[in-house]
Every structure is written in structure tokens, then in C-alpha cells.
Design a binder for this molecule. Structure first.
Ligand code: NAP
Ligand code: HSE
Length: 446
């Protein structure tokens, strides 16, 4: 770090990658009004930016001399104070971050996949070098949820997190449900707008939301969960028919990321207390606070023991919102506060013996289920009998008009039950001779 003769501190940024997020951050550094130094007293300067192709047109006009194709030169440049990793993926991002940390540089990254899979190694390296890793941009784009959980709600025991954490899938669901857009077109639009990951299957299969849930949960529950402990389902299998029937019952469909504490229950099937962690499509009532979170927006509903419910909402992906979070972390590093906060984080030192992840089969939920059956007397009674045999209690039921094929959809909502028991009941029903197709079901979060 160097002075320039004035009172303002100069803080130099080395950037790895200059795509959607990198361009957003650079644009804010270069064009923010009022200029960043006027707001913060620190002169943030872009010093070096590494890209694969230096000739490629860029979204932000800048001095071409800043660009290099030598990524190593950024992390080893003695003049660079903070390394901003916005490449994505595991390698070379991981190795470059480790090198930057070893050189004592602060690191800022938007790379939730890397932190979810290799966070322990990277956080330990940062602690060992007395440095820091800022990752506000990794969760919910421009919404400052990491800071809220880590600092703002620190006085709380967090009871639950319910989030719409992926902008691409929320955009796709909104376009499919409200605009009747085909899935492929909605996905193409999300990609064109810069929301999707380089491999969009990460978005649509729920993996990106699960990466983010893991990072939030580590902070909220002072733990270091393994990614393999989360149950993850995406939006690919959603049938619009079910979205329509659910709407008639007063529910909408969202890809939800859920982490919640569960106390030991009285039921003999119950596991001891622990935490449920899962990402899957879910039905929520139209009146639910997350129901009107549309398009690329994200929202996180956090319940703390002192605060009650706190909700954060805003744009979860895209160039400028995510660039905003990157610049906030750069400022945090420049002020020295990132280092202060980071070294005090305890989350990966907790053995969390008291907080096992509850196996997915043992979660408790309500369910929406659609059976496709033949139109004949006694069918409804038989369905209810089998569900009852497995302890699944029906909350409401509707029989729809037969399809042209002759299949009759019977749609039910259940009361709370255990996942394994519900699945066993549906599997038993699927074997009945009047059933035309396997039951389609979704969890319901009230
Ligand atoms: P992007 O537009 O694809 O940009 C990636 C940049 O990294 C490009 O400049 C590219 O160079 C460079 N790059 C890609 N692969 C590389 C490799 N193997 N080696 C070296 N350089 C490589 O990606 P992005 O959307 O900005 O996302 C970057 C990171 O931010 C990812 O971790 C992503 O998950 C995260 N993120 C994205 C968003 C969003 O809305 N897009 C929001 C939050 C977090 P060239 O330009 O020369 O091709
Ligand atoms: N692909 C991600 C999303 C980018 O759609 O939410 C923001 O993390």
C-alpha cells in the first residue's frame, strides 16, 4: 500500500477474470458517483486484470495496459493489496487464491462453488497468513446477507433460514409460471442476461443454491458442514400442471434453500435434534413473504431467537448488483475491517457434535401429491387407506376433470409427516392396478 502525497490511502486491486462480475466491480470503481474516494477516503485503484483473451471486447472501457494474460503475475505482484477472484470454478481459482494468501494479500471472491467445496482449506490458509477472504458476492449477488448473518444478527441463535438463493432458477420459474414461456427459452434469457453459471446445470439442478446455503449455514450455525450432507433437487422435473393445480389451492412454486434447527421429537421415528439442510422446489402459500420474490430477485428469511423473522431482498445475480458486493468487500479489506472480522470467525473450529445434519428421509414436511388414476369407484377411498397405513394424514383433496388420455388427476395436500413414510406410501400406491403414472409430489413450506 502506498501514499500519493495526499491524505488519501491508495489501495491496489489485482483482478483475476473480467467477465460479468469483474466488469461490474470495475465499472463501480471507475465510474461511481460520487467517486468512491469521496465516500470512503480510500483511493481504490485497478492495478492489474488477468483475462484469458486480452483482445476480447469488454463491457467496460479501461486502459488496455491494465490487462494481462499472466494470472500468476497478479497474485505475486508486490504492489497488489487485494486479489479479486472472479474466474469461477475450482482450478485455477483455488491455486491462485492460495498463492495470493501466502503472499499476505487480502482476497475477495464471488466463487461460492469453490468456497463450498474447499472453504476449510482456503479459510485456514487465510488465517495462517493473517489475511482475509471476503465473500459477500458469493451469496445473493447485491443483497448483503453475509454481513447480516455474520455481524448484524450475531446476538441471535439462528433458528432457520429459508431462501430463494438462485436468480437464474427464480427467473426461469417466473417466466414459466407468469409468462407461460417454455423452459428452454426462459433458461436462454437468463443466460443472455448474465445470471447463469458458466455451466447452467449448476443453477437448474439446485447445486448453486446449495453452495450458497452451505456458506450461510456455516456462518449462521458456527459450523463447517460438508456439501455431501445437503439434499439437493433442482427445477428440471417441475410440471406446469402441478404449478396450476397448486395455484388453485393457494400456493406458488419456488426453489427453496432451507436450513432449520429441529428439536428432538416424541415420535418413535424421530431422530435426535439437529439441523435440516435441503434445496428443492417447494410450494409456499401466496401470502408467504417469499411468494412475491420474482424474476432474478433473491430473498432470505432468517429467524433469530431475539429478532424473530428478518428478511433481506434484492437482485441476486448480474453485473452491477454482484459488482456492488465485490466493491463492498474491497472497501472492507482496505479499511482493515475484513482482517479484524475474519480472524475472529470461529465457524470451522466447532466440532458441532450437537448439530448433526438430519438425514433427508427423516425430515418433516407437508406434501402436495398428484396421483394419476383410472376413473372408477372406490379409488379415492383406497388412496386414503394406503396413506393412512403409513401414518400420512390428508389435509385437503381435489379430483380434477379427466385428461384426454382418460387419466384422472387426484391432488392432495397432507399434514406434516416424515419424508420416508410419505415416500413409502406413494411407492405402495404406485403399485395399485388403477394407478396410471407414478405419483408426483412436492414439499410444502408454510
Ligand atoms: P464470466 O462472465 O464467465 O467471467 C469469467 C472470467 O474469468 C472471464 O474474464 C474469463 O476470461 C475468465 N476465465 C474463465 N475461465 C477461466 C480459466 N479457466 N482460467 C482463467 N480465466 C478464466 O463469469 P461471471 O459470471 O463473472 O462469474 C464469475 C464468478 O462470480 C463465478 O464464481 C460465479 O459463480 C460468481 N458469481 C456470478 C454472478 C453473476 O451474476 N454472474 C453472481 C454472483 C457470483 P475471458 O474473459 O478472457 O474469457
Ligand atoms: N448463477 C447465479 C444465480 C449467479 O443465478 O443466482 C449469482 O450467484
Amino acid at each position: 500500500m502506498a501514499g500519493n502525497g495526499s491524505a488519501r490511502k491508495i489501495y491496489r486491486v489485482g483482478m483475476l477474470g473480467f467477465g460479468t462480475v469483474g466488469s461490474g466491480a470495475a465499472k463501480i470503481v471507475l465510474e461511481s458517483t460520487p467517486p468512491l474516494p469521496d465516500k470512503t477516503g480510500i483511493d481504490i485503484r485497478l492495478h492489474k486484470i488477468a483475462v484469458r483473451d486480452a483482445k476480447k471486447p469488454r463491457a467496460v472501457a479501461l486502459d488496455k495496459k491494465l490487462l494481462t494474460t499472466d494470472f500468476e503475475s497478479v497474485v505475486h505482484d508486490p504492489e497488489v493489496d487485494v486479489v479479486v477472484e472472479v474466474i469461477g470454478g475450482i482450478e485455477p481459482a483455488r491455486a491462485l487464491i492460495l498463492a495470493a494468501l501466502k503472499n499476505g494479500k487480502a482476497v475477495v471472491t464471488a466463487n461460492k462453488a469453490l468456497l463450498a467445496m474447499h472453504g476449510k482449506e482456503l479459510f485456514e490458509a487465510a488465517l495462517a497468513s493473517g489475511s482475509s477472504i471476503g465473500f459477500e458476492a458469493a451469496v445473493c449477488g447485491g443483497v448483503p446477507v453475509i454481513g447480516a448473518v455474520r455481524d448484524g444478527m450475531v446476538a441471535n441463535r439462528i433458528e432457520s433460514i429459508h431462501g430463494i438463493l438462485n436468480g437464474t432458477t427464480n427467473y426461469i420459474l417466473t417466466r414459466m409460471i407468469e409468462g407461460r414461456a417454455p423452459y428452454a427459452q426462459a433458461l436462454y434469457e437468463a443466460q443472455s442476461k448474465g445470471y447463469a453459471e458458466a455451466d447452467p446445470s449448476t443453477d437448474v439442478r439446485g447445486v448453486d443454491a446449495a453452495h450458497k446455503l452451505l456458506l450461510l449455514s456455516n456462518l449462521a450455525f458456527h459450523s463447517m458442514f460438508d456439501f455431501g450432507e445437503l439434499h439437493v433437487d433442482g427445477i428440471e422435473g417441475i410440471a406446469i400442471e402441478d404449478v396450476t393445480y397448486a395455484a388453485e389451492l393457494g400456493y406458488t412454486m419456488k426453489l427453496l434453500a432451507i436450513a432449520k434447527r429441529r428439536n428432538p421429537g416424541a415420535d418413535p421415528d424421530e431422530v435426535p435434534g439437529g439441523i435440516e439442510m435441503r434445496v428443492h422446489p417447494a410450494l409456499i402459500p401466496f401470502a408467504h413473504p417469499l411468494a412475491n420474490v420474482r424474476d432474478v430477485n433473491n430473498a432470505v428469511l432468517i429467524r433469530g431467537d431475539a429478532t424473530g423473522e428478518v428478511m433481506l431482498y434484492g437482485r441476486g445475480a448480474g453485473m452491477m448488483p454482484t459488482g456492488s458486493a465485490i466493491v463492498a468487500d474491497i472497501m472492507d479489506a482496505a479499511r482493515g475491517s475484513a482482517k479484524q472480522t475474519f480472524t475472529k470467525l470461529q465457524f470451522f473450529q466447532n466440532p458441532r457434535a450437537d448439530l448433526p445434519v438430519i438425514p433427508f428421509g427423516k425430515i418433516r414436511s407437508r406434501y402436495y401429491v398428484r396421483f394419476s388414476v383410472m376413473d372408477r369407484p372406490g379409488v379415492m377411498g383406497k388412496l386414503a387407506t394406503v396413506l393412512g397405513q403409513f401414518g400420512v394424514s390428508i389435509a385437503s383433496v381435489i379430483q380434477k376433470e379427466p385428461h384426454a388420455s382418460g387419466d384422472v388427476p387426484i391432488v392432495m395436500l397432507t399434514h406434516n409427516t416424515i419424508e420416508d413414510r410419505f415416500r413409502e406410501a406413494v411407492a405402495e400406491i404406485d403399485k395399485l392396478e388403477f394407478v396410471r403414472k407414478p405419483g408426483a409430489f412436492y414439499r410444502v413450506e408454510d
